[in-house]
Design a protein around this ligand. Structure first.
Ligand code: DON
Length: 586
């Protein structure tokens, strides 16, 4: 997890308030190319309020590029596509051309859909792809290097979103990213720290070292100008040819040549047959709100709806948002929902998943009956038919709303920070390590959190199960929230915390995003809390209830937008756990 931009609770609230006041005056701390003459000024800050369009992402250059598209008359989808291309340049650890993700779209007329541009397994990869002869996993094989990559979906996905909904010309949306890649941008502290951490693994791959390290193998430093000429070339091809550059054209050819030279699996045929999908969004209700969540291959929508169905049976607001009672209740919801995630969920194009049954309120009735306010349920007790073996980040989310009320909730990723660390030579494109999201060892589920259940086993062309949860929340049919976060399996729980904060505790978005986060995923049977954010009396009580506690420095970074249905005012909130910015045309 990243370390820049963290604050304590009080500091966080203060910082957010100051940023709100100064949002319109805060000078950008990173230099980009000068704006075009016809561009309206853009207001940028941690929290920005507007009655027009707004973009919130992890990077202020990218948010500003998105906001500039809105100022030029583009809609939320145009802004999202331009933001996604910009993040591929300025935030290459997660923003990408070589990965995949989900774009949830809600148009102003109230229709929702999801563009599924998740990676798929290459034709050469079967269920045993990462196993030794003795059935154990080859360490790091699904994480590091060219073999870890699934077939990238980002460029075809963005092109499909644009073809269906975009107003501005495609080239215009790619152009700011080309400029940033060719002319470079100034390295800030967060970028320098992150690349320094990845440098040792980057050195394993000469094509990656050439892009991200200097001739001595050292990572760029704060204040350096960072240019990516090969990536600029790829982006120019994509601007000119559209997605076909990446599926059958010049970029595809360079990419595959490089991967094959390094013994990777991606073949030209894999790229040529890749199809992004338009999927129906998933819907649930929670105390009068409608949850509009991502369908499979995201596990996020189903898992979140199951948890909310459970919580709905209890008076969650009776105790404080951070009280042991509330945390215990939420943890028991998480434990049970993640168990079912492991038992049932996978790519529906390959396995039968009883989605309607899982998200029906009756599905959680037994959980409600079994809930014990005085005792944590051992995860092992829920295993059922799943055999438990004997003992033995990086993604990014951005949110967009335009003046007309079209909205985009987009989470995309290379999986780990800087993905497989492997760049396809000559393209500047970092490849994902999304293959690691499959269940790698069939039948092997252990207490440490390895899952080996059948629905998410590798098969050629199959999408790996994801936790990415780009979300919309509606009240009386009106959009009130656009939200999402990185954080692997923690993502769904981060979204649960935000929804419960808003709905049960009536928190303003800034507080719901700032609220200390918790995570339980069935196995490991451990409740992980953001460190130093919960009082000792709370953690002691949770331990007395039988929870094993762990800590992590921070969980996720949720860049969200709230819309007040009464006034139409939009508040963009960039999570203060990391650098990030909301930008709106003035
Ligand atoms: O799709 C997923 O669930 C993961 N590949 C996401 C990885 C992630 O969020 C890592 N970020 N911190």
């Amino acid at each position: 997890m990243r370390s820049a931009g963290r604050h304590t609770g009080i500091g966080l609230a203060l910082a957010a308030t100051l940023l709100l006041l100064f949002a319109c005056h805060a000078p950008p701390s990173r230099t980009s190319a000068p704006p075009k003459q016809d561009d309206r000024p853009i207001a940028t800050g941690k929290t920005v309020r507007t009655d027009g369009g707004i973009v919130v992402s992890v990077d202020e250059l990218a948010s500003e590029i998105g906001a500039r598209m809105l100022a030029r008359g583009g809609n939320a989808i145009d802004a999202a596509v331009a933001t996604a291309f910009a993040l591929a340049v300025t935030y290459p650890r997660a923003g990408n051309l070589g990965g995949g993700g989900f774009m949830m779209i809600r148009t102003a007329d109230g229709r929702s859909e999801m563009i599924d541009y998740r990676e798929v397994a290459p034709a050469a990869a079967g269920p045993d792809a990462y196993l030794r002869d003795d059935g154990t996993i080859v360490p790091k094989a699904s994480i590091l290097g060219y073999r870890a990559a699934g077939v990238p979906g980002t460029v075809p996905g963005l092109a499909l979103a644009h073809a269906r909904h975009g107003k501005l010309p495609w080239r215009e949306l790619v152009e700011p990213a080309i400029r940033l890649a060719a002319q470079g941008f100034t390295i800030d502290e967060d970028f320098a720290e992150s690349i320094a951490k990845a440098a040792d693994e980057m050195r394993l791959f000469p094509a990656s070292a050439e892009v991200f390290l200097d001739s001595e193998g050292a990572p760029p430093r704060v204040g350096d100008r960072f240019r990516q000429p090969d990536l600029a070339w790829s982006l120019r091809e994509i601007a000119r040819e559209g997605a076909s550059a990446m599926t059958t054209g010049a970029v595809a050819k360079r990419l595959v040549e490089s991967v094959r030279a390094e013994d990777g699996w991606l073949a030209l045929e894999d790229l040529a047959v890749y199809q992004p999908r338009i999927r129906e969004t998933l819907s649930g209700t929670y105390r009068g709100y409608e949850i509009v969540g991502p369908p499979l291959p995201s596990s996020g929508g189903i898992t979140l709806i199951m948890m909310l169905n459970f919580l709905q049976a209890f008076d969650v607001a009776r105790h404080g948002a951070d009280s042991p009672e509330t945390l215990h209740l939420m943890t028991e919801a998480m434990r049970r929902a993640y168990r079912d995630r492991a038992a049932y969920l996978g790519d529906r194009d390959f396995v039968d998943v009883p989605v309607d049954r899982l998200i029906a309120p009756e599905h959680v009735h037994p959980w409600i009956g079994a809930f014990d306010a005085e005792r944590a349920t051992p995860s092992e007790d829920l295993a059922g038919a799943i055999q438990i073996a004997p003992d033995g980040p990086e993604t990014t989310h951005f949110s967009v709303v335009d003046a007309d009320g079209n909205a985009v909730s987009n989470t995309y990723t290379l999986n780990y920070s800087w993905g497989s660390k492997a760049v396809a030579r000559g393209t500047g494109i970092l490849l994902n390590n999304e293959m690691d999201d499959f269940n790698l060892r069939p039948g092997y589920t252990d207490r440490r959190g390895k899952i080996g259940t059948a629905p998410n086993r590798i098969a050629p062309g199959k999408r790996m199960l994801s936790s990415m949860t780009p979300l919309f929340l509606l009240k009386d049919g009106e959009l009130v929230l656009v939200a999402g976060s990185p954080g692997g399996r923690t993502i769904i729980n981060t979204l649960l915390r935000i929804v419960v904060g808003l709905v049960d505790f009536g928190m303003p978005l800034r507080d719901a995003v700032a609220a200390p986060r918790l995570h339980h995923a069935w196995f490991p049977d451990k409740l992980t809390l953001e460190e130093e954010r919960f009082p000792e009396a709370t953690t002691q009580r949770l331990e007395a209830l039988g929870h094993t506690l762990g800590t992590r420095e921070s969980q996720g970074d949720a860049h969200c937008i709230a819309i007040d249905p009464a006034t139409g005012m939009r508040t963009g909130v960039a999570d203060t756990r990391i650098d990030g910015a909301a930008s709106a045309p003035r």
